[in-house]
Structures are given as structure tokens and as C-alpha cells.
Ligand binder design. Structure first.
Ligand code: SF4
Length: 179
């Protein structure tokens, strides 16, 4: 058994290659789905259903947090109009990583990390700068070692739903504008 680590999982697709990398590096991941940033409960549940497919594939546990979009909106208030990658996103990382850190403590674990670094659209340094504020945070850049490309391939193989926007209503707005 490797070192147990709580893996904050944003969705099924991003979890695939992250789980494989953690296992290769000697960790035993426990998946924690906590993403109040997602714009509706329906989408929240849909992404979790896909994470469950991934968890079953790797024979791992997936813990689902309750959904509280209102508390997330309070945390990003005033920054709604920012472009993706700006201050709104940093606050969003803070919200989710804080909950992951609390869950790590609740479970009596000493380490946690996040799948958020898989995305090509997210600057891992920004995620690390937020994560460093919490004890137990492991700085793992999951997009390295072809993590993103691998997640796309594995998601196809598992037949996963790959969402077309990051998660919040503001990222959906940006996506619709670009479409
Ligand atoms: S774009 Fe993504 S990371 Fe940024 S605030 Fe929205 S959900 Fe969070």
C-alpha cells in the first residue's frame, strides 16, 4: 500500500490520467468530488456519474460532497466578469481546495492534491500558489508527462462525457461567445 492521498477530482475525464500517475508514483488515491463552482445541480450530478465510472474502473472509492453553489458565488463575488484564468478562477481554486483540505483532515489523512492541473486551460502555477496555503498539499502538475493527452484517450476508451466548458455559468458564457 502506497501513501494515501486525497485527490480532489473535478470530473471523470481529468481524473483518469491523474489516477494513473499517482498510482505509478506510489500513492493510493481516494477520490473526493467537491465542485460548488458547477453551474447547476444537474451538471454536478452528471459529472459525478462519470467520475463513478472512472472510480469503478480503477477500483477506488469516490466520495461525493454536497452541492452548495451559493457559497461559491459568495466567494467569487465582485469578480464575475473576469476572463477565465483571472482572479475569479483563483478564488474558485481557493474555495474547492479549502474543502478538499478539510476533507483530508476529516478522514485523518495527511496529503491531498487536485486534478485541476490536468487542464491545458489552467495555469498550474496559479493552482499551486493557492494550494500552498494549505497543509498537506502536494504540488503535482498532472498535465506534465502528457497527462492531458492521456486523459483524452482514456476518456474515449471509457466512453466518458467530456464537458465543453469549465464549470461555472461564467465559463459557459465565454464558451458560448467563442462558439
Ligand atoms: S472558469 Fe472554471 S476555474 Fe474559473 S471560476 Fe469558472 S469554474 Fe472556476
Amino acid at each position: 500500500m502506497g501513501k494515501t492521498i486525497l485527490l480532489h477530482a473535478c470530473c471523470g475525464p481529468c481524473s483518469t490520467s491523474s489516477i494513473e500517475r499517482l498510482i505509478e508514483e506510489g500513492y493510493s488515491p481516494v477520490l473526493f468530488y467537491s465542485n460548488d463552482n458547477i453551474n447547476s445541480e444537474e451538471e454536478y450530478n452528471k459529472r459525478f456519474d462519470n467520475l463513478k465510472i472512472v472510480a469503478e474502473h480503477y477500483a477506488l472509492d469516490a466520495i461525493k460532497d454536497s452541492y452548495d453553489h451559493e457559497s461559491w458565488k459568495r466567494d467569487i463575488e465582485g469578480f464575475e466578469g473576469e476572463k477565465e484564468g483571472g482572479e475569479r478562477c483563483k478564488r474558485c481554486f481557493m474555495h474547492n481546495l479549502k474543502k478538499a483540505n478539510e476533507k483530508m483532515h476529516d478522514l485523518g489523512l495527511g496529503l491531498f492534491t487536485t486534478t485541476l492541473t490536468v487542464s491545458r486551460f489552467k495555469n498550474s502555477k496559479n493552482i499551486f500558489s493557492v494550494g500552498r496555503g494549505f497543509d498537506g498539499f502536494e504540488e503535482i502538475d498532472f498535465k506534465k508527462k502528457n497527462g492531458f493527452e492521456k486523459s483524452v484517450r482514456l476518456s474515449r476508451e471509457l466512453g466518458l462525457y467530456r464537458q465543453s466548458y469549465c464549470g461555472c455559468e461564467f465559463s459557459m458564457r465565454d464558451y458560448e461567445k467563442a462558439d
